[in-house]
Design a protein around this ligand. Structure first.
Ligand SMILES: *Cc1c(COP(=O)(O)O)cnc(C)c1O
Length: 398
């Protein structure tokens, strides 16, 4: 029997059995609409309230500051478009970074068509936003800043507390896309000083289609979805009760295991990185070596086509992703890898392995063993590598 090794946990994670079990009754026996006043509805309403309290507690927020959404993308869109529109009388300038998730970047681009101005901050070679760049970009008409807590491709963790404090000094509302950081790193909305924060269930062992936006009390945000009075009139649509219950269960489990799981995964991550850099020539680690998500390995290989590498790894049962802009067949190199200064050719030969709760040391070793073989194969067939070996083209790394 062939083996499958899933190392793409930044894309999505399997729903944990405990989470599925908690969700199941809300599809069937407890199917009520939380807005209904009879007991069947009230039981659903109670389940949503309990989930909200659990998630608020994990974030150090008040339950009234937690709003359920359909996922991280909706939370990002709501935060950015909602704050921009609600505060447009104060100014029309927004600051974000060049390495945000497309949910943030494309929401900002939509606002640009609508008369807003957006500054896309560059990052350093490790993918860090420099606080001094952020401070310098703030203008009298800046209303909103959105900087991700941790990057989904290269795993770099940003100095959010420092950035949020600069924003606060200048009266700028601060949002962070914490989809990759939530329940992976300790996060407290007051410790960080953020005004809005996005999170998503399916990145932490919960179901797809559930997320949240934390909105600090007093922050003005326009609605994205108008309709009924759900979510205190801010976000209409009948609540995704099973999804919300599953989200809270996944978060509760992940938060309680955070420290232990993080240390376990860091060890596997560092083992993978060490082996790859030791055994594969002309390779480099992308992202910060220190300020980095516990589960993220992102490496670039010279003289390699990312597509070929992924296909060969897939044929060996290894699920990973590349440095392409998306998995939809786009051949554009990742905007994140370009932003940290990689040449196009190198960005094309990039690989992201993201570990998860189910990843074992044996999975990591298997994947690295196969990777070593795949890279050697591909280079053997590469005319560019041939040219390099004959001194006709230089190495772009080192
Ligand atoms: C996955 C992800 C999103 C999108 O979340 P969905 O729940 O899939 O919409 C947004 N931002 C980051 C950083 C992500 O990793």
């Amino acid at each position: 029997m062939s083996r499958t090794v899933y190392l793409d946990n930044a894309s999505t994670t399997p729903v944990r059995p405990e989470v599925l079990k908690a969700m199941l009754p809300y599809f069937s026996e407890q199917f009520g609409n939380p807005s209904s006043i009879y007991p069947l509805g009230q039981r659903a309403s109670d389940a949503v309230a309990e989930a909200r309290a659990t998630l608020a507690d994990i974030l150090g927020a008040k339950p009234r500051e937690v709003f359920f959404t359909s996922g991280g993308s909706e939370a990002d869109n709501w935060a950015i478009k909602g704050v921009a529109h609600a505060n447009r009388d104060k100014g029309r300038h927004i600051i974000t970074s060049a390495i945000e998730h497309h949910a943030v970047l494309h929401a900002c681009q939509a606002l640009e068509k609508d008369g807003f101005e957006v500054t896309y901050l560059p990052v350093d070679k490790d993918g860090m936003v420099r606080p001094e760049d952020f401070r310098a970009a703030i203008r009298p008409d800046t209303v909103l800043a959105s900087i991700m807590a941790a990057n989904n491709e290269i795993g770099t963790i940003q100095p959010i507390a420092q950035l949020a404090s600069i924003a606060r000094e200048h009266g700028v509302i601060f949002h962070t896309d914490a989809v990759q950081a939530f329940c992976h790193e300790p996060l407290d909305v007051n410790g960080l000083g953020v005004d809005l924060l996005s999170a998503s269930a399916h990145k932490i062992g919960g179901p797809k289609g559930a997320g949240l936006l934390y909105i600090r009390k007093g922050v003005r945000v326009d609605n994205l979805i108008d309709g009924g009075q759900q979510e205190r009139g801010k976000r209409a649509t009948t609540e995704n009760v099973p999804g919300i219950v599953g989200f809270a269960k996944a978060a509760e489990l992940a938060a309680s295991e955070l420290d232990q799981e993080r240390s376990r995964v860091v060890e596997l991550r560092d083992h993978a990185i060490e082996r790859i850099l030791a055994e594969i020539p002309h390779a480099r680690l992308n992202g910060s070596p220190r300020s980095r998500l516990a589960n993220n390995v992102n490496v670039s290989f010279e003289f390699i086509e990312g597509e070929g590498m992924l296909l060969q790894l897939a044929a060996r049962g290894i699920c990973v992703s590349s440095g392409s802009a998306c998995t939809s067949g786009s051949l554009d190199p990742s905007h994140v890898l370009l932003a940290i200064g990689l040449p196009h050719e190198v960005a094309h030969g990039s690989l992201r392995m993201t570990l998860g709760r189910d990843t074992t040391a044996s999975d990591v070793d298997f994947a690295v063993d196969e990777l070593v073989g795949v890279i050697a194969n591909l280079r053997m067939m590469s005319p560019l590598y041939e040219d390099f070996r004959h001194g006709k083209v230089p190495s772009l790394l080192s």
